[in-house]
Design a binder for this molecule. Structure first.
Ligand SMILES: C[S@@+](CC[C@H](N)C(=O)[O-])C[C@H]1O[C@@H](n2cnc3c(N)ncnc32)[C@H](O)[C@@H]1O
Length: 413
């Protein structure tokens, strides 16, 4: 284990060293073309996160961030990124303006390099501005091409497993040009593994993390500032905030990844990186400042407590049942920090009329008991949010699933 710890000492995202210097042939092999997807409007935050990991060349687009690197780089992003949804390894690009060219293009890729005998696949297929619009049909043709290649060259019949395949293939068609990739994450990385109970309208974990990064939570935490969410629901903000402050890799909480059934997977490399991340977490947890989540709903409190425990944060994040009107800084807080909150906003729970008073009350409570704190509030109802009455604010747009939301940031004075 010590060997690995030495060898992978650069995986900590706070360390901005450049490329790997490992002697492992796969790890130090040719640079791979990688693409990390993320929630809409978070690609700038993701690009910054990847740069902070030492990945120099990153190219942002609306759907995510393109970058290149070896296996260490790919594993590093999968293990450490708080903002990425998926990490895709590009294995082919070709023109595909009809089903036959799609089939032939996929078939021309050597799948035996990526997949062993008696394995299963799944295909995710998306299409924009292209002749092939029927995504199920597109996925079927891709699957046929891979299955036929295996049948002919290896004499093996691949299986299809939509939920937990050995290899998840991702094909995106844009303007009749296909990009074929292997989904190294396998399932969206926002599924950290700690949230089994979501309660009402939970934030996605990687969106909550992106919002905390935008609100500069890591530097507030480093300075010893507290974190509180007075309407915490399932506890997403406070859990993500604790993981971030404690330098706990979000991938440590998961046990399923797309690369586990991929032929290029390097078990000992991954085990080394996990081992090092576990040590970093052990040390980092000691630096977690006071963190408190409160909610008036008993079920939300129950869910949040269970989620905190599953995230390994039971001693670090306190959850209490409390009306927002009675919100106070955590007991142990010695200095102001961050209030991160996602109040109900009428799209899914509550109604706008009733909400005006809630936002007014939130503003009053913050002015009374949280002077000197920063506030980061995400809401899908900008009209009603004005009732908070806290004066000057910075606004940015995000999407909570399909719902357009505003993140408002204030200095509470
Ligand atoms: C949109 S949800 C928050 C979801 C949370 N961010 C998550 O990821 O699970 C809003 C929460 O505010 C809580 N809430 C609404 N009014 C409240 C009040 N007056 N006092 C305390 N909590 C309140 C609700 O119980 C609900 O859990």
């Amino acid at each position: 284990m010590l060997v690995f710890i030495k060898k992978f000492a650069y995986v900590c995202p706070m360390n901005t060293q450049g490329n790997s210097n490992t002697s492992n042939s796969k790890a130090s092999g040719q640079a791979m073309e990688l693409f990390a997807t993320c929630a809409r409007k978070t690609s700038t935050i993701l690009a910054d996160e990847l740069r902070a990991m030492g990945i120099v060349e990153v190219a942002e687009s609306a759907a995510g961030v393109r970058f290149s690197g070896d296996l260490v780089t790919a594993y590093k992003v999968i293990l450490w990124s708080r903002v990425a949804s998926r990490v895709l390894l590009t294995v082919g690009r070709f023109d595909a303006d009809n089903p036959q060219s799609l089939y032939e293009g996929v078939r021309a890729i050597d799948w035996t390099q990526h997949l062993d005998y008696r394995k299963s696949i799944a295909v995710d297929f998306t299409s924009t501005s292209s002749a092939i619009t029927h995504t199920l049909f597109g996925a079927q043709r891709v699957k046929d091409a891979v299955v036929d290649q295996f049948k002919e060259e290896v004499g093996d019949r691949l299986m299809v497993n939509i939920t937990r395949p050995d290899l998840r293939i991702n094909v995106h068609l844009q303007n009749d040009k296909a990009v074929v990739a292997i989904d190294l994450s396998g399932d969206s990385l926002h599924k950290r593994g700690y949230r089994q109970d979501g309660g009402v309208a939970p934030l996605r974990e990687n969106l909550a993390a992106a919002l905390l990064l935008r609100a500069e939570w890591p530097s507030i935490a480093r300075a010893g500032g507290a974190l509180i969410d007075p309407m915490c629901g399932s506890g997403t903000f406070v859990i993500e905030g604790a993981l971030m402050a404690g330098n706990v890799a979000p991938g440590l909480l998961r046990n399923y990844f797309g690369f586990l059934g991929w032929k290029g997977h390097d078990k000992s490399l991954w085990a080394g990186m996990i081992g090092e991340a576990a040590l970093i977490a052990e040390k980092g947890k000691k630096r977690i400042p006071p963190i408190l989540g409160t909610d008036h709903h008993p079920k939300a409190v129950e869910y949040a407590k269970a989620n905190v425990a599953r995230a390994g944060m039971a001693g670090y994040v306190k959850i209490e049942q409390r009306e927002m009107s009675k919100a106070r800084p955590p007991m142990r807080a010695t200095q102001p920090g961050l209030v991160a909150v996602n109040p109900p906003y009428g799209e899914r729970i509550g109604e706008s009329d009733e909400l005006a008073a809630l936002y007014q009350e939130l503003g009053a409570v913050l002015r009374k008991r949280f002077r000197g704190y920063k506030l980061a509030m995400i809401t899908g109802n900008p009209d009603v949010a004005k009732n908070i009455g806290l004066g000057k604010r910075k606004a940015s747009t995000f999407f909570n699933g399909p719902i357009e939301c505003k993140l408002y940031r204030y200095d509470v004075e």
